[in-house]
Write a protein of this length. Structure first.
Length: 168
C-alpha cells in the first residue's frame, strides 16, 4: 500500500521543520527517511531481504538485526530503528552526527630528528648532547661502521649548516 500524497509531502518537509527544532530532530528525520527508503513494501518493517539493499556482508547484517531487533521478531520496526543510539548503530546512516571525537595526534616521537635540520653544526651537536643522544658527522667519501644505534643522529653538513639528518 502506497502512502497518500499528504504523507509524502510531510516526509519531504520533515527535515526542514526538524532543522528548526534542533539537531536531535534532524537526526530523527534523517533516520526516518533512511528507514522508509529501505522499507520497499511499505509495511513499516525492515526484513532481511529489504535490509540486504544495504549490501552489507552477512556478519554485518546479522549484527544489525541482533542490535536493532529488540523484540526478536526478525523484523526491524521504525521505533526499534530510532531507539538505537547513534554510538551503538552498527551501520552508518546519512545524517547521523559524528559521535566519536577524532583520535588524538600521535605522541611526539622522542627520537625525532627533524629539529636538527637547518641548525649550525655546533648547535645541533649541543642539542644532541642535551638529549643524551650519540651523534656523528657523515663526510662524503669516508668509511663508517655499520653498527645501528637507534637514537644516534648522523649529520650531513654543508657550509657549517646541518642539511641532512638520519637516525641509526
Amino acid at each position: 500500500m502506497k502512502r497518500p500524497l499528504f504523507l509524502l509531502l510531510a516526509a519531504l518537509a520533515a527535515p526542514f521543520s526538524a532543522a528548526a527544532q534542533g539537531p536531535g530532530a534532524t537526526v530523527i528525520a534523517e533516520r526516518t527517511r533512511f528507514f522508509e527508503t529501505l522499507d520497499l513494501n511499505d509495511d513499516g518493517f525492515l526484513d532481511r531481504d529489504e535490509a540486504s539493499a544495504l549490501r552489507l556482508p552477512a556478519p554485518a547484517l546479522r549484527t544489525l538485526f541482533r542490535k536493532v531487533d529488540r523484540n526478536l521478531d526478525r523484523k526491524i520496526s521504525l521505533a526499534e530503528f530510532l531507539a538505537v543510539p547513534v554510538k551503538r548503530m552498527p551501520i552508518t546512516i546519512p545524517g547521523d552526527p559524528i559521535v566519536d571525537p577524532p583520535p588524538p595526534p600521535p605522541p611526539a616521537d622522542p627520537l625525532s630528528i627533524s629539529q636538527f635540520l637547518g641548525l649550525p653544526l655546533e648547535e645541533a651537536i649541543a642539542l644532541a648532547v642535551r638529549e643524551g643522544r650519540p651523534w656523528r658527522v657523515i663526510i662524503p667519501g669516508h668509511f663508517y661502521t655499520m653498527e645501528y644505534l637507534e637514537n644516534r643522529v648522523n649529520f650531513r653538513v654543508t657550509n657549517g649548516i646541518v642539511t641532512d639528518v638520519t637516525r641509526g
